[in-house]
Structure formats: C-alpha cells, structure tokens
Design a protein around this ligand. Structure first.
Ligand SMILES: [Zn+2]
Length: 221
C-alpha cells in the first residue's frame, strides 16, 4: 500500500494512486473501498462472482446470500444496494440468519472479508439444507471451508485488480508505467533542486520550498 511504502520513504506520496482526487492515504482497507468509478465497477463484478455465483454454486441458502450481498455492499461503500427480498422460507431459518447477521455485526464485516466469519452461519446453512435437501452429496460437506475460500477471494481479486490498474497486465505495460514513474520522480527531484538553488541565490534558505505531498498526482494526471 502507498501509505505504508510512503512511511518507508519508498514512494513520494501516501495517497491512493487510483482515486487521486480524494487524497486518501492508501491503506489495506482503502484498497477494498476505493471510490474511483473503475474500482467500484471492479468491486461489484468481484462481489457478484464471489458471492452470487461461487457461493451460490455451493448451495448456500438464498437468505444467507442476500444478507451477505446487502451487508458487503454497505461495508464496501458500493452503490445499487440489493433490494429487500421476501423469501418463502421457514421462519426458523430466517431467525437463524438474523442471529448470524447480528453476531457478524459484532465481529465486523471488515473481519468477514478477511475470513473472520461467525460460526452461526454454519447453523443457519445446516437448517437450510435440512429444509431443502440437496441431491448433490457434495453439498453440505465442507460448506464453511468452501464459502470462506470464496469470500477471501474478494480481497485477493481487489488487490490483483489494483495492481493491474497501476502497473499494467503485461510485462510491456509494466515497463512502460515504470519508465513513466521514473521520469516523474526525476522531474520532482529536478524541480526541488531548482527551488533550492533559487533560494540559495536570493539568500532565502529559510524559505526552501518543500515539494507538496500531492505533487506526484499533479504530474501523473
Ligand atoms: Zn482510492
């Protein structure tokens, strides 16, 4: 992340290189919640793939899927929240999902994305399979493991997307972007040294201009 690298003086700026206008330090949490339109679109696609498609294929209860989708939309700051849906399910399953949701609220949905998932979801899924038995013998066995694996993909996909967006997908793109970064760094260093020389000439060393933290973005855009 830029914020961490900036602390180590390995990048000129701690800000997110994608949503440059917001000037938000790029932390691990920000990678998932970046509000740049491209980042939002990528996150929505990933959410659909991980929750609506993969977790659904693991025969996850539709009430659980809807709950995860809704809560993750809020957690990730995504638009177009899923509309409230009335499921024709036994009330005891809905009650179990409600309990799991409340437990997850206490644990935190940020933790959910990182694999800290309430065990109460397993109970709710168990009730679902009891009421709607699956013909596939694979369903039910290892559901918690499979679902966790798909949920963790959310963060992994976001990280991969972020790196491809910044550094490119191919080696050629990567080299071209690296060259551009080197040129920008040289421009910054050149301007800084120019400012220093001007101050020295006018004996205003106390007014040595410091390159603003956001100059990185100014050159990039
Ligand atoms: Zn951002």
């Amino acid at each position: 992340m830029q914020a961490f690298l900036h602390k180590q003086m390995r990048t000129p700026s701690p800000y997110c290189p994608i949503c440059t206008n917001s000037f938000l330090p790029e932390t691990a949490a920000h990678v998932l919640t970046c509000q740049h339109p491209s980042a939002i679109a990528a996150c929505l696609t990933t959410l659909d793939q991980c929750i609506k498609i993969r977790c659904k294929s693991a025969n996850t209860s539709p009430i659980i899927l809807h709950c995860w989708d809704e809560c993750l939309h809020c957690e990730l700051g995504l638009p177009d929240k899923p509309q409230h849906h009335k499921f024709q399910h036994p009330p005891w399953i809905e009650a179990a999902v409600k309990e799991a949701r409340q437990h997850q609220n206490i644990i935190g949905w940020n933790g959910f994305i990182r694999g800290i998932i309430s065990s109460k979801w397993i109970h709710a899924q168990h009730l679902h399979l009891k009421a709607f038995p699956s013909k596939d013998p694979k369903h039910g066995k290892g559901w918690a493991y499979t679902s966790t694996k798909h949920i963790l993909q959310l963060g992994i996909h976001s990280w991969k997307w972020r790196n491809e967006y910044i550094y490119g997908k191919t080696i050629q793109e990567n080299r071209a972007k690296a060259c551009k970064s080197v040129i920008v760094l040289m421009q910054i260093h050149h301007l800084s040294s120019l400012g220093f020389q001007l101050c020295m000439k006018s004996h205003l060393t106390y007014a040595l201009p410091k390159a603003p933290d956001n100059c990185w973005h100014g050159f990039i855009t």
